[in-house]
Ligand binder design. Sequence first.
Ligand code: NAD
Ligand code: UDX
Length: 479
Amino acid sequence: MKICCIGAGYVGGPTMAVIALKCPDIEVAVVDISVPRIAAWNSDQLPIYEPGLDDVVKQCRGKNLFFSTEVEKHVREADIVFVSVNTPTKTRGLGAGKAADLTYWESAARMIADVSKSDKIVVEKSTVPVKTAEAIEKILTHNSKGIKFQILSNPEFLAEGTAIQDLFNPDRVLIGGRETPEGNKAVQALKGVYAHWVPEERILTTNLWSAELSKLAANAFLAQRISSVNAMSALCEATGADVTQVSYAIGKDTRIGPKFLNASVGFGGSCFQKDILNLVYICECNGLPEVAEYWKQVIKINDYQKNRFVNRVVSSMFNTVSNKKIAILGFAFKKDTGDTRETPAIDVCKGLLGDKARLSIYDPQVTEDQVQRDLSMKKFDWDHPLHLQPMSPTTVKQVSCVWDAYEATKDAHGICILTEWDEFKELDFKKIYDNMQKPAFVFDGRNIVNADQLREIGFIVYSIGKPLDAWLKDMPAVA
Ligand code: NAD
Ligand code: UDX
């Protein structure tokens, strides 16, 4: 059997590498229109940082795993074609700012129809609006020249930073297909691939629309949990409760469970906001404005949380950060990834820059080029194929990036911790304090440092959702 995956990104690359590792009898080709990305997959410096990925790729590359820009050739030869291309939020036209832009998906589907010479199973791996399979089916069948295509929905649930573990040991694999004999046969064929390593009871099969909607629903539920705990964090600060204690107490209820209850500066990543906006749009299109409004609140609270953080920083520092040096520790949207898509750090940095701060940024996995690109890019422009993104972004002058937390914090007035990298817990804060301007502030957007120890050193510390110290109480932030 031959598999081809269109799109060598955060999903296509790791997913196919694991399929190749677990299915030595299957030949897997990952193809992309981005020449530099494919070159990186074929080099020692993979295009994405993901713990354990290097090892998996090294074991299979050149044996039964290939990365190539010969898109048409590999599609033509494949029995199963996964499509894992970008599905960004539309930036213009009908549904702008909400609906999914299916330009890349549609162009991939037209190309599949165009080059195919044998029957194929086409698998939606990208996250797409409900009923996309129907549209894709139409494109394929209207252009098929007699070739038969079966469309399956097989959404991906991996989280970045733990992608390899998630793929090795998934909670479930979801496969949706047409409820026809041909549809069932295609579902069984894909099930057979996953059955190489995933226990049968964890491979769920549904109809196409349930599979498509389950992906949007899962991300909406996860993001809703974070917005719920973040909303509580504001109330904790106002009342003297401690959000960590509240999360622990409610998480002990087995109906609620302990995971995904960490208050933060806000959720980021390429999926949550995009997929909820997409869900909101689908609700509106289906005449369900109340349901749309309900899910919109998840995004609103997330924006509120990021604004609240910026306001707290500015108000505590005598209501101005103009020309003050602020150290930003962590720029990626979570630890163990270099991914900055929709990271809350972008909004926090833009907020501080709006108040004329000077920023010194350190993230162990994010380059200065990437930071500059993120800070100068328009909303949603990031989620387009790399070759369509600006190569030389305008430089934001008040921003510099360094490769060391001590350098970033030297002479700074304040520190904002925006990503929960483990190494930030191990920093010598006494040394940092001695090299900072006084009073020295720490704003912990991830609740990872020991605030009491830092206060003993002399810092003024703000931790999300924790009781405020006297200084912060005297400098109330306007929400
Ligand atoms: P990505 O931007 O990292 O990768 C997409 C790749 O597709 C790019 O390299 C791009 O060049 C390529 N591409 C676009 N159009 C193409 C075409 N016509 N032919 C060949 N290649 C093409 O994106 P990603 O993070 O891998 O996400 C892909 C999809 O998976 C999205 O729909 C996303 O919502 C979904 N998803 C992402 C995650 C995640 O954690 N990143 C998790 C689950 C689902
Ligand atoms: C998410 C989903 O978890 C995954 O199933 C889906 O396939 C893609 O989207 P990802 O965005 O990679 O994965 O990371 P995730 O671990 O979900 O974190 C998303 C954001 O929420 C991060 O910014 C993270 O820091 C934040 N978060 C997570 C919190 O603020 N608090 C938490 O308790 C958990």
